[in-house]
Ligand binder design. Structure first.
Ligand code: FAD
Length: 451
């Protein structure tokens, strides 16, 4: 039965080890913020859970009071699904434990850890979990959506390296999952996002990485953009697993440039020869590709996408990068209203592509180019112009869209594309959602509705 929330909140506050923030509390406007500054939602309560028990208590409270629940790991979802209007946010940012077992090559990580924190802890042993490319992103949301990044060529997607997870289910039960125990739930968690429960801890396989890698970017003059992108395409299609390259149309100050960002994690004696080609594609403006620690590389691009900036994105996978698509992207980026915006083409290859599409819920592994059109700007008055630019360029590249989208790249209002994010796995995910969350309690996400 629905119970009055105000009185209940006092009782909830008593029962939590962590902090509960309501609309009347100091700091409310800070704690309701997420990474994307465009998201402006007003939850009734934000529960900063200190441990798994707190998550159970908060979740049961939400059930009793029929509150919508949002789950926040690192808060970096562009769509802002980590925060809701009127409901309860289960925030995991206080749950920061990291236990490295270097001998077993595994690490157990609580759901509020960020990639930079995990990388620093594991690199102390010369090990790493394949993650994304930014240090401030949460391990939870990224893993549950799939996870691509610099190590995907050698070690696969993040979710391919998940060994087990502890989950609080919609009915408040706590469940352990791995390949043998609750295996169907474990399958769904590896790509199915926040649809199946609150994951309080993840255990990952660790790999030796670095600690020195070759990383950074070579910046080319925009006049050479067409040529550079064609070289990128031809080079990437035969790049070794040890080298991952992204092509980025960005502005260096106010000046548009093409950045070829890369990470090489192979043997040191072949390093320079392997990356040498990346410097031969046109007029170089700046060469920032150099040996650096893996930890440094992982935070190199943080400054370009700070928390609080307004963002809108559209994305899809592409089977190839034909000249016609390159021309549209290069011309389209010239018309971006904001110099903070970017167009990124990520080349996904190697280990991530060798996993069968139905091995995990994340199954979009065969198309090598992941396109992201990213509008970034600072002022609300600039929303309309920037949103229109993102939409227009996305519409222009539709002839090259494979009809597949990475779930973690979906924006607000793109719920209709969730099916595109799962391809052949969608039907099984719907059935598992009906089994594990028949009332769609977890719906503040890229929702897979139970039938
Ligand atoms: C700057 C930036 C860089 C990025 N780089 C990459 C990249 O290199 N590779 C890549 O793959 N992706 C990347 N992403 C996308 C990223 O994977 C998603 O935004 C992801 O959702 C972020 O995870 P989070 O925990 O920070 O998100 P949150 O916003 O906290 O969570 C997003 C959703 O995940 C679910 N969720 C979060 N935590 C839990 C939990 N513990 N249990 C259950 N459900 C949970 C919830 O449904 C929540 O709404 C990037 C995003 C940004 C903003």
């Amino acid at each position: 039965m629905k119970r009055p929330i105000r009185r209940g909140a006092a009782a909830l506050r008593e029962r939590l080890r962590g902090r509960l923030v309501s609309r009347d509390d100091t700091g409310y406007d800070t704690v309701r913020k997420v990474w994307n500054g465009r998201i402006d939602r007003r939850p009734s309560l934000v529960a900063f859970c200190a441990d798994e028990k707190d998550v159970v208590v908060a979740l049961r409270f939400a059930r009793e009071h029929e509150l919508l629940v949002a789950v926040r790991g690192g808060g970096h979802s562009c769509a802002g699904t980590a925060v809701c209007d009127d409901g309860l946010v289960i925030d995991l940012s206080r749950m920061k434990a990291i236990e490295v077992d270097a001998a077993a090559r595994s690490v157990r990580v609580q759901g509020g850890v960020l990639w930079g924190e995990l990388d620093r802890a594991t690199q102390a042993f010369g090990l790493a979990v394949p993650g994304g490319t930014d240090s401030e992103v949460g391990i939870a949301g990224l893993t549950l959506g799939g996870g691509n990044g610099w190590l995907m060529g050698v070690h696969g997607a993040t979710c391919d390296n998940l060994l087990s997870a502890d989950v609080v289910m919609a009915d408040g039960r706590t469940v352990a999952t791995n390949c043998n125990e609750n295996a169907d739930l474990f399958w769904a968690l590896r790509g199915g996002g926040g649809n199946f429960g609150v994951v309080t801890s993840f255990r990952y396989r660790l790999h030796p990485v670095g600690p020195t890698v070759i990383g950074g970017a070579v910046l080319y003059a925009y006049e050479d953009a067409l040529k550079v992108l064609r070289h990128f395409r031809d080079f990437a299609s035969s790049a070794p697993d040890t080298l991952t390259v992204y092509a980025c149309l960005i502005c260096d100050g106010d000046r548009p440039v093409v950045a070829i960002a890369a990470c090489y994690v192979g043997s040191a004696d072949r390093a320079e020869a392997t990356v040498a080609s990346l410097r031969k594609w046109g007029t170089i403006v700046t060469d920032q590709l150099r040996p650096m620690s893996y930890v440094e590389l992982q935070s190199l691009f943080d400054g370009a996408r700070p928390a609080g900036r307004r963002c809108a994105m559209r994305s899809n996978f592409m089977a190839g990068l034909p000249d016609a698509a390159i021309e549209i992207l290069v011309e389209g980026f010239r018309t971006a209203p904001s110099p903070l915006s970017a167009v990124i083409v990520e080349h996904c290859h190697g280990a991530i592509a060798r996993v069968a599409p139905d091995a995990t819920a994340f199954g979009l592994r065969s198309n090598p180019y992941h396109l992201e059109i990213l509008g970034f700007w600072d002022q609300a008055e600039e929303d309309a112009a920037n949103l229109a630019w993102v939409e227009r360029l996305f519409a222009d590249v539709q002839p090259f869209n494979t009809g597949e989208v990475y779930v973690n790249s979906l924006d607000e209002g793109e719920g209709h594309r969730v099916r595109e994010a799962y391809g052949i796995n969608y039907t099984r995910l719907v059935a598992l959602k009906a089994k594990f969350d028949p009332t769609n309690f977890f719906r503040c996400n890229h929702n897979i509705a139970p039938r």
